[in-house]
Design a protein around this ligand. Structure first.
Ligand code: SF4
Ligand code: SF4
Length: 947
């Protein structure tokens, strides 16, 4: 690599083939004769090598010896890790690339008097300037840490063990359930898919990382010094590779350790090769399978292993947890065989069977999904914390951020629906929330494909210039988005065009939610030398299939900083796949800011951003073809130096059975540039009404449909809002928020209840200030609604069967009742009632008809005063606090604190056990804020503004 990087760097500096270069094929031992011949006649010799000065030291020693023996060439100066004139030499760490050499050699060449006049100093200076510009780019790009694949059985184990770890650390829990004191578990990790444990949200399950199969060894090393129970994760491949040695050692030394071995009968980490546990060998020939249990038995020379060996399907969460708790607490070596197929092989097989059915029948008569109802979701993030599953995503709604299922990534295994929440480890384990449901879509005929509504005939060919010199394309996305496939298409198409093509396909942690990028270089007939790595700032195109990963291409902290104002056009899918840390609420990024940064640091007027994911999802029902749609966009914009015939041929050559769909996706991308309006119309992106008048009209129409009292309620709603809006001086979007919330409270209880909300908002608004942009009013509009619309079983039943939900789901799953499509729900509820002080709770799957009955039982709120009593108390407390706080609004310096007070319910999210501690925290914070207000201000009891 050092040779190609050097040639590339010299070419960038306009100096390719200007210096003699010796490329070594053997690095040890060096041939003294060869080195001598090369050094003969030179004054200075620079050794370019990655990492430590291995060659440099050998060459220096050979030349020294030659000098002592009187050879003239022995006195050549040898440079490498240090350069003359005190300049930094070739870095010893973190590898090389062309840019690092451009920077170091460029500075050196400008300093050397003997080169003055022989090199193009202006070109060298320009390149150094480009590096400085790229280095100074300001962009905030968050990490994207990897995680287990959706459907991975390790996720089942990890999710349960996270709970077990928390509970074992609780003295109360341990005394109550196991009759002993708390236990602090120590987890060791090594190499395999389960290395993902070292990242969020499971990092507490991997306290150290060692080589493959060495987790047990680490445990053995510390065993004499600790009394903790120890746990080691392992895969079956690792067991056969070296893990069995660790277990043998543990048995021999009487260690107290539990090995959790995932027996998925494949080597998933490296591409699903056979293991000794499978019945075929690498060539596919039948062979005998080795049995982990029998091997462990043999280690103790008896069928009674002396170790506890248990086998269980980790998906069966409750029995798995019980078994783990019991097994870990036993003394000695214990082996838990978690027996479940790798998610990738299982779901690949299922997807292929599904595609076959679709091909044969022309459509899928039935398909199931896991679904989250955003109105019911509280954004507490308990589900993401429990699973860390990338099948979950985040979406913005008029009620703020909500968790949603990403249909493209979710494999529908239901793991998130089974996760439990125990904020107090000693308290009850409960299902996270009632937002989850199972959706089954049935059809009697093929849906009308949105793509068929589009006309691709007459798409004009863009003006495309063939690259005479070097053209660099950079593709960035998240594992699973098809960066490798898009790269293969560009590579094949480039070859067909006659370019010399080089590429660097960095898969990274492709299948584990990691960032992925690739670099493609075309060299035309007049091109100078180029390696397969794009020098910093030299990309002609950044094709960002994910916005965050596209922005990483201008981040000076990475070695992928290929974007610059001088060279780079950007085409970005503005969809952003949330990182795991974002799903956990630990990091956040603003897509609009990323777009601004990309615009700012690349060629002016050459940025093109569009939410291709949303469009592809609507047109094809998933985001599988987003990569080829993006290629179509890039082609039509004239950013790919390829002819249409070449790229279409490359799609067919690269994609076999799915080429037809991908060619349509490519056309779709082209049309998106040529006639975006037509594509958007065909996509029928479902949009909820957003401005005040539309919200009012929409909600009134829905209320009008309520059996019996509908029209009356609709009319009352309109009157209430019309009257209130005469007084509310807030901006349009806030007024629309207000209208939605008044509607919600009518649905929650009745018109009178909504009227109470309106009254309190208007009272505060009268004291609020235009100079503060009525932020206090906005805070009350949002938060008073949060506390008044208590998500009890009755209201949740309403939300799960509402018109808004059904119309959104019809769009989401492309359900057209007129064509015989049906959508069936099974809601995963956990109703809880307090009847005469007795708590009654159970898990159940409810149907829509049951919930429709339940949503009418508002009387229960009065009949069962203890039911959701804490939520009701919190509501009363907030209403009173907000009223009191309002009187301070116009006191000098008090405004911020009042807004803080009014916003306190915002982080109070989740249901019951999750919610209660947050309510207490909000009340404690309020106490402090109120005391501050009391001490520093006198309330304006008159209700009249004092300024
Ligand atoms: S309420 Fe919490 S647990 Fe339920 S879907 Fe929303 S974020 Fe997940
Ligand atoms: S069902 Fe839930 S846990 Fe399973 S893949 Fe989908 S989002 Fe992930």
């Amino acid at each position: 690599a050092a040779y190609t990087y050097l040639r590339h760097a010299l070419a960038v500096l306009g100096l390719d083939l200007c210096f003699p270069i010796l490329k070594l094929g053997v690095t040890y031992p060096l041939d003294p004769k060869l080195i001598g011949e090369f050094a003969d006649g030179l004054t200075d010799l620079i050794v370019i090598e990655e990492r430590r000065p291995f060659l440099e030291e050998q060459i220096t020693s050979l030349l020294n010896r030659a000098r002592q023996e009187g050879e003239a060439f022995g006195s050549v100066n040898v440079w490498g890790k240090q350069f003359p004139h005190g300049l930094d030499g070739i870095p010893e760490s973190r590898g090389l690339n062309p840019s690092k050499l451009v920077e170091r050699l460029g500075r050196l060449f400008l300093k050397l008097p003997e080169l003055r006049g022989t090199i193009d100093a202006t070109k060298v200076e320009m390149e150094l300037k480009l590096l400085e510009e790229v280095e100074s780019a300001e962009v905030t790009v968050i990490d994207r840490t990897p995680t287990f694949c959706p459907g991975c059985p390790h996720r089942d184990s990890a999710s349960v063990l996270m709970e077990v770890k928390k509970q074992f650390a609780s003295a109360d829990y341990m005394a109550r359930v196991h009759g002993q004191s708390a236990v602090d578990l120590v987890f060791h990790g090594d190499t395999g898919c389960y290395t993902m444990l070292m990242f969020e949200p499971t990092k507490d399950l991997m306290h150290n990382y060692s080589g493959m199969g060495l987790g047990g060894g680490t445990g053995a090393g510390i065993d004499p010094f600790i009394r903790n129970k120890q746990v080691v994760f392992m895969g079956d491949s690792t067991f056969f590779h070296s893990g069995s040695a660790a277990i043998s050692n543990s048995l021999k030394n009487g260690q107290d350790i539990t090995y959790v071995i995932l027996d998925n009968k494949t080597t998933a980490m490296t591409g699903h090769q056979e293991t000794p546990g499978t019945e075929t060998n690498l060539l596919g020939d039948h062979t005998f399978s080795q049995n982990i249990e029998a091997i462990v038995a043999a280690m103790t020379q008896s069928s009674d292993t002396g170790a506890t060996v248990v086998q269980v399907n980790p998906e069966d969460r409750e029995s798995y947890r019980a078994l783990l708790e019991k097994t870990i607490l036993q003394d000695g070596v214990k082996i838990v065989l978690a027996d479940k197929e790798c998610g990738i092989t299982y779901h690949r097989r299922a997807a292929s069977a599904e595609r076959k059915r679709e091909r044969e029948d022309g459509f899928l008569a039935e398909k199931e999904f896991i679904n989250i109802t955003p109105e019911v979701c509280e954004n507490c993030l308990e589900c993401t914390k429990a699973t860390g599953c990338p099948g979950l995503t985040l979406e913005q709604t008029p009620y703020g951020q909500k968790v949603q299922i990403d249909k493209t990534w979710c494999v529908n295994d239901g793991a998130c629906t089974r996760s439990l929440v125990a904020p107090d480890p000693a308290g009850p384990q409960v299902k996270a929330c009632p937002s989850f449901g199972e959706v089954r879509v049935t059809r009697t005929q093929a849906p009308l494909a949105a793509i068929d509504r589009l006309d691709f005939i007459g798409l004009p060919d863009p003006s495309v210039e063939k690259a005479g010199g070097v053209w660099h394309g950079y593709l960035a996305g998240v594992g699973g988005m098809g960066i490798g496939t898009a790269t293969a298409i560009l590579v094949r198409a480039g070859h067909r065009e006659g370019y010399s093509v080089k590429f660097c396909d960095k898969k990274g942690l492709a299948i584990r939610n990691g960032g992925v990028y690739s670099m493609v270089t075309y060299a035309g007939s007049e091109a100078a030398y180029a390696s397969n790595v794009i020098p910093y700032g030299h990309a002609n195109l950044i094709l960002g299939i994910d916005l965050l990963e596209a922005a990483r291409a201008i981040d000076p902290a990475t070695n992928q900083r290929v974007g610059s104002r001088r060279h780079t056009a950007v085409i970005a899918n503005t969809h952003l796949t949330p990182t795991i840390k974002t799903l956990l609420g630990q990091t956040a990024t603003d897509p609009a800011q990323l777009e601004t940064d990309l615009r700012r640091h690349t060629r002016a007027g050459h940025y093109h951003g569009i939410d291709v994911s949303a469009i592809t999802d609507r047109i094809f029902g998933n985001q599988r073809y987003v990569n080829t749609v993006m290629l179509g966009v890039a082609f039509q914009l004239g950013r790919l130096p390829l002819r249409l015939t070449s790229i279409e041929w490359a799609i067919e050559a690269s994609l076999g059975g799915t080429a037809k769909e991908n060619l349509r996706a490519f056309q779709l991308g082209r049309l998106l540039v040529h006639d975006r309006a037509a594509v958007l119309a065909a996509a029928r992106l479902q949009e909820e009404p957003s401005d005040y008048a539309d919200v009012l009209r929409d909600k009134e129409a829905i209320l009008n449909q309520t059996p019996g009292r509908g029209p009356k309620m609709g009319e009352a709603y309109r009157h209430m809002l019309e009257r209130a809006s005469e007084h509310l001086q807030v901006e349009g979007p806030v007024l629309a928020d207000f209208a939605r919330r008044v509607y919600d409270l009518i649905q929650f209880e009745d018109v009178d209840y909504a009227q109470k909300y309106i009254r309190q908002v208007l009272e505060l608004h009268e004291l609020d200030s235009a100079g503060e942009n009525y932020r206090a009013t906005r805070a009350l509009i949002w938060n008073l609604h949060r506390v008044m619309a208590i998500k009890d079983e009755v209201y949740v039943a309403h939300l799960l069967t509402s018109e808004e939900k059904h119309r959104r789901d019809r769009a989401r799953y492309d359900v057209d009742p007129e064509r015989g499509d049906e959508i069936h729900y099974r809601h995963l509820n956990r109703p809880e009632f307090n009847i005469l002080g007795v708590r009654v709770a159970w898990n159940m799957k409810t149907r829509d008809w049951m919930l429709r009955l339940m949503r009418r039982q508002r009387w229960l709120r009065r009949a069962l005063p203890q039911w959701h009593a804490k939520e009701k108390d919190f509501c009363d407390w907030y209403r009173q606090t907000a009223q009191e706080a309002a009187f301070y609004l116009n006191q000098p310096g008090a405004y911020e604190r009042v807004v803080q007070l009014l916003e306190l319910p915002e982080p109070v999210t989740g249901y019951r056990e999750v919610r209660y501690p947050k309510m207490a925290a909000a009340q404690a914070t309020a106490e402090g804020l109120m005391t501050d207000l009391h001490e520093t201000n006198a309330p304006n009891k008159s209700g009249k503004p004092t300024r």
